[in-house]
Ligand binder design. Structure first.
Ligand SMILES: O=C[C@H](O)COP(=O)(O)O
Length: 249
């Protein structure tokens, strides 16, 4: 069943004290919503965030994980480690991970497998760069990213997959895809899934949009039929802005 989701990706922001402050502000704003609400603090603050949001209607999720179960991977965190502190959802494939940490479709496929093997839910990110859009190649790029990292999965695996379309040119730039551009790409993504897995699976997968979503543009973007929510960066660092977006549903 397709869900509406608004997830705040805090990226490398907020130390422990700032995390406590922002979570208190978020808890003060939470009310019954049509959307599932998630926050992704940095790894050092996951355990604290998990404990301070229990029963608050906010799921704490991770920004990344390694594909190995354990071993000599200095600085990395495994799915089992996340699960052991109550984290059941992980963002994978964010464009910043692809760009600055050389994550490829191949390593992402392994991360996807590792997360699913531990029963985790995945928010899988992808999106084209500005040059791809300017050359009219955005659907090829996005289609390839999805196929290479996800098309080895079974139809049943998609119960634990949420997709997040994030055009790289719209991330942190203040430049947003128009609601029509988002809808067109989301419809293409759903068709790509339907061609491989059938309509029922494609209709059930939630597809989020990410890239400079703000309270002022969220309602229009979320009103589109194939947009099921947002992955929010900058605006997730302010409780009022974040809930301005959540309440756009
Ligand atoms: O993960 C979130 C996205 O990168 C969007 O970030 P942004 O809302 O700051 O553009």
């Amino acid at each position: 069943m397709r869900k509406q989701i608004v997830a705040g990706n805090w990226k490398m922001n907020n130390d422990l004290a700032q995390t406590e402050t922002l979570i208190s502000s978020l808890k003060a704003q939470v009310k019954t919503s049509n959307a599932e609400v998630m926050i992704a603090p940095t790894a050092t603050n996951l355990w604290h965030a998990y404990n301070s949001t229990k029963n608050a209607g906010i799921e704490v999720i991770a920004q990344n994980m390694h594909f190995a179960e354990n071993g000599a991977y200095t600085g990395e965190i495994s799915a089992a480690m996340l699960k052991s502190i109550g984290i059941n959802t992980v963002i994978l494939g964010h464009s910043e991970r692809r760009e600055y940490f050389n994550e490829t479709d191949e390593t992402l496929a392994k991360k996807v497998d590792a997360a699913l093997a531990k029963g985790m839910r995945i928010i899988f990110c992808f999106g084209e760069e500005l040059a791809d859009r300017k050359s009219g190649n955005e659907e090829n790029v996005v289609g390839d990213q999805i196929k290479k990292a996800l098309f080895h999965l079974s139809a049943a695996d998609f119960q634990n997959i949420v997709l997040a379309y994030e055009p790289v040119w719209a991330i942190g730039t203040g430049e947003t895809a128009t609601a029509e551009q988002a809808q067109d790409m989301h419809a293409f993504i759903r068709k790509t899934l339907a061609d491989k897995y059938g309509n029922d699976i494609a209709e059930d997968v939630s597809i989020l949009y990410g890239g400079s979503v703000k309270p002022a543009n969220a309602e229009e973007i979320f009103s589109k039929p194939d947009v099921d929510g947002g992955l929010i960066g900058g605006a997730a660092l302010n409780a009022e802005d974040f809930f301005g977006i959540v309440n756009a549903f």
